[in-house]
Design a protein around this ligand. Structure first.
Ligand code: TIU
Length: 220
């Protein structure tokens, strides 16, 4: 077992049973002209974590550990996108409609790809998820079980939406979860702070949180 100095107390993980999950580092959320931008958000906050996420991926990749990338992505016929999700909010361009990077949140479109700096390499898992959580309608739990993965390290965007939903779903399914605090970001600074507090409060009710530097030390 390796041990990371974390909140609310040390996070222990078996290297072989641990995977990295990078949530939705796709152009739709991170680049101007995407879904996040269409919702009225300042995407520059999210761009800033790319180097840290790249270092985190390298840590896992270099050790031959499982790296999982998710994308929030709907089928081109939108059969996996409830009308309530399309109608919600006051977006200038809605999910499924044509934006500067193709149809928003639709599989195969330019905007739906992981940003170049974090592009998946051969052998890494790429999970297209129609929901905010990574388990609904993806088959991911069965695949993780088959690989003997028991511990999940989380990064990506946005902290309080798809990252937190996925981490909570993982906790309910029995995975021991660590959030890497400088490899996740929100359009709203206070939501990120609050999410980390929510996850780690009450003895780690959802899981643990630590910066990348602490995780790097644990691998030495
Ligand atoms: N809008 C927002 O903050 N997030 C999402 O819609 N999806 C993800 O968090 N990936």
């Amino acid at each position: 077992m390796r041990s990371v100095k974390a909140e609310p107390y040390d996070y222990r993980f078996p290297e072989a049973g641990t995977a990295l999950v990078v949530i939705d580092m796709q152009r739709d959320f991170i680049e101007p002209g995407g879904f996040g931008d269409a919702l009225g958000n300042d995407v520059s906050r999210l761009v800033a974590i790319i180097p840290t996420v790249a270092d985190l991926i390298a840590l896992f990749r270099n050790r031959g550990l499982t790296v999982i990338h998710t994308r929030e992505a709907h089928l081109p016929d939108m059969s996996d996108c409830p009308p309530s999700k399309v109608a919600r909010g006051n977006a200038s361009v809605r999910i499924g409609e044509e934006g500067p990077m193709g149809r928003l949140l639709v599989r195969g479109e330019p905007g739906n790809q992981i940003v170049d700096a974090l592009a998946p390499v051969e052998g890494e898992w790429v999970i297209d998820k129609p929901g905010k959580g990574m388990f609904w309608n993806t088959g991911l739990h069965e695949r993780l079980q088959a690989e003997g993965i028991t511990h999940l390290v989380f990064a990506g965007v946005t902290t309080e939406v798809c990252v937190q939903t996925s981490m909570r779903e993982a906790n309910d399914r029995g995975y021991e979860c660590l959030l890497v605090t400088d490899a996740t970001e929100s359009y709203f600074e206070h939501f990120k702070t609050a999410t980390i507090e929510m996850i780690t409060a009450q003895g780690g009710i959802v899981g643990w949180a630590a910066p990348l530097a602490n995780l790097a030390v644990a691998f030495e």
